[in-house]
Design a protein around this ligand. Structure first.
Ligand SMILES: [Zn+2]
Length: 246
């Protein structure tokens, strides 16, 4: 697709929703380190102090030299895009939490966020950075009876219902769904595509891998495949959004 056509296309949308697929940040560094398979079951985490301590020791080991997290140039582009009044929301499937560090408005960290630990009883939360750097006690200081847990689903847990509900609301109001694919489209995203397809809204899939999606009909109305690199596409999107502001 020609760049100028794409800029013009994007300038007609006022309610753009973005999905950022996994492994968008530094080739999925944190997705690998904190993969679902490496998480304990919620039952073990709650009942077994040894498993819990091992888990936190490992987190501290992994993260101790990472702070402050570097905002990649790709994320800087997203943070710019997020400011546009024509972008209604971003569903982020990455768990680094960088996009919500300073301002969580308009961003749903649907798969969780490793930057926070929280108490499931009273809701008290604390930054992971403080836990890692100060080796804080992981017992909740507010209710004293519960253990703080990283804000991402462990085995035996589902994605937070309020985040899912917010995602559905976003998909039900957008006039454009743009999906940024670093290496593959996840099952969750396929179900979101269905929601937007049924509403006959435009869907753009930006995939630099040139992957063919055999279970998706590329002739399908409203579905557009773009094979620019993610960075190039984000520049084009920014140009289009900036044109609008002027
Ligand atoms: Zn508590």
């Amino acid at each position: 697709m020609d760049k100028n056509i794409l800029i013009e296309d994007f300038s007609q949308f006022n309610q753009i929703a973005l999905i950022i697929e996994k492994n968008f940040y530094e080739e999925g560094k944190f997705e690998v380190l904190f993969s679902y398979e490496k998480r304990p079951s919620i039952k073990d985490f709650r009942t077994n102090e040894k498993i819990r301590n091992e888990y936190f020791d490992n987190i501290i080991h992994i993260l101790k030299d990472e702070y402050p997290f570097t905002v990649s140039s790709r994320y800087q582009r997203i943070l710019e895009i997020k400011k546009s009044p024509n972008v209604v929301g971003i569903i982020n499937l990455n768990i680094d939490g960088i996009l919500t560090l300073n301002n969580s408005q308009n961003v749903i960290d649907l798969e969780g966020n490793i930057n926070w630990v929280y108490c499931s009883t009273c809701g008290m939360d604390k930054s992971m950075e403080s836990v890692v750097k100060n080796q804080d006690d992981i017992t909740c200081i507010s209710c004293r009876s519960n253990i703080l847990k990283p804000s991402m689903p462990f085995k035996g847990q589902d994605i937070a219902q309020w985040d899912l509900r917010d995602s559905w609301m976003l998909l039900n109001k957008c006039d454009n769904l743009t999906i940024l694919v670093a290496d593959q489209i996840s099952p969750m995203t396929y179900s979101f595509i269905e929601i937007v397809r049924k509403r006959n809204k435009e869907i753009y899939i930006v995939d630099q891998s040139g992957e063919k999606y055999e279970n998706m009909d590329s002739n399908m109305m409203n579905l557009n495949f773009i094979n620019y690199s993610l960075d190039n596409f984000l520049d084009i999107m920014l140009e289009s959004l900036n044109n609008k502001i002027i």
